[in-house]
Design a protein around this ligand. Structure first.
Ligand SMILES: Nc1ncnc2c1ncn2[C@@H]1O[C@H](COP(=O)(O)OP(=O)(O)OP(=O)(O)O)[C@@H](O)[C@H]1O
Ligand SMILES: [Mg+2]
Length: 301
């Protein structure tokens, strides 16, 4: 399946203090650098699952960008439609986390994402429409996302990224002519931000009424909800010892998209998301490099 993924590539710097941070002092801890960004993570996961993936992103002009581009080359992710901007720095997301990667606070230095704008996406739409499906994150500008929603002729999947960025999708849906996308992946905080509702059921149903055909709403260790016009159902997470949960939502969405690519749709695809997410949290990195289609086989297969 030929899949185009559009959005951010960044460097994740994850800090895990080994004890309570000492005010004005130095706290021992671990600091890890990883390639990240929701679109880049989803593209990476889908490539590991055997798809023909094109990543449409923006790169800075530094060694972090070189390293991300080099990895794409090694994986076989096509970045020929991506742009690199002279004299710019890669987006960096610095997070302070608990031991298993739950974010406590973060600082983002992501000026480059301002380039994910209408001018940038405008001449890429024909190539996007030559894929079998397209995936985007909400790091695009509202105008770029409106353009994508209105001009994308293949099923469009959107990851809402964070409560703040989820509002970009709300605005884009409002401003678009089509007012509809095929599927979104959001967590509860993102669904709440988009709808003003408190619980999963009401927020997912409201999202469907806004023109989203399928909502995949994840709740961390509490699993995920699937919602469409005719169905609303909860699925439990697969219990496992979490090494690091960062990127589990991206792996979940890649698992769902992989299932759809295999012809397994709707509710039946959620199990693929849960298995990909479970595999993801067994690894330190935002993308578990050992992800392969066999993780979806049942133990007794
Ligand atoms: N502690 C956990 N134990 C078991 N499964 C988990 C745990 N945390 C996450 N998962 C799995 O990962 C899926 C996605 O997690 P979550 O709802 O936290 O996504 P997210 O907030 O989008 O994450 P991220 O943005 O970091 O990728 C969950 O539906 C669940 O299947
Ligand atoms: Mg997420």
């Amino acid at each position: 399946m030929h899949i185009t993924v559009i959005g951010e590539s960044n460097i994740d710097i994850a800090v895990v203090p080994h004890s309570e941070p000492i005010a004005k002092g130095c706290t021992p801890g671990s600091i890890a650098f990883h390639h990240g960004g929701v679109a880049r993570n989803i593209a990476h996961n889908l490539c590991l699952l055997g798809h023909d993936v094109q990543l449409v992103t923006v790169f800075g002009d530094d060694h972090f960008a070189q390293s991300m581009m080099e990895e794409c080359k090694q994986l076989g992710v096509d970045i020929s439609l991506s742009s690199q901007f002279d004299g710019t720095k890669s987006p960096i997301f610095l997070s302070f986390n608990d031991k298993v990667g739950n974010m406590l606070s973060a600082v983002s230095d992501v000026k480059l994402n301002g380039r994910l704008n209408l001018d940038w996406i405008n001449d890429k739409i024909d190539a996007i429409n030559r894929s079998d499906l397209a995936v985007a994150d909400t790091l695009l500008s509202v105008e770029a996302l409106v353009f994508l929603i209105d001009h994308c002729m293949v099923p469009l999947y959107i990851d809402t990224v964070s409560p703040n960025r989820a509002l970009i999708l709300t605005q884009a849906l409002k401003n678009s002519r089509k007012k509809s996308v095929f599927a979104i992946k959001c967590n509860l905080a993102e669904a709440q931000a988009m709808t003003g509702e408190k619980d999963a059921e009401n927020s997912a149903k409201k999202l469907i009424s806004k023109g989203i055909k399928e909502v995949y709403l994840t709740m961390g260790e509490k699993g995920a909800w699937f919602c469409s016009q005719n169905s609303f159902r909860h699925f439990s997470a697969i219990e496992t010892e979490a090494i690091n949960v960062t990127g589990s939502g991206d792996a979940f969405f890649a698992g769902v998209i992989h299932a759809h690519a295999m012809g397994i749709k709707g509710e039946a695809s959620v199990g693929y998301g849960l298995k990909a997410a479970c595999h993801n949290i067994k690894s330190e990195a935002p993308v578990n490099p050992t992800l392969r289609p066999h993780v979806f086989l049942d133990d007794n297969d």
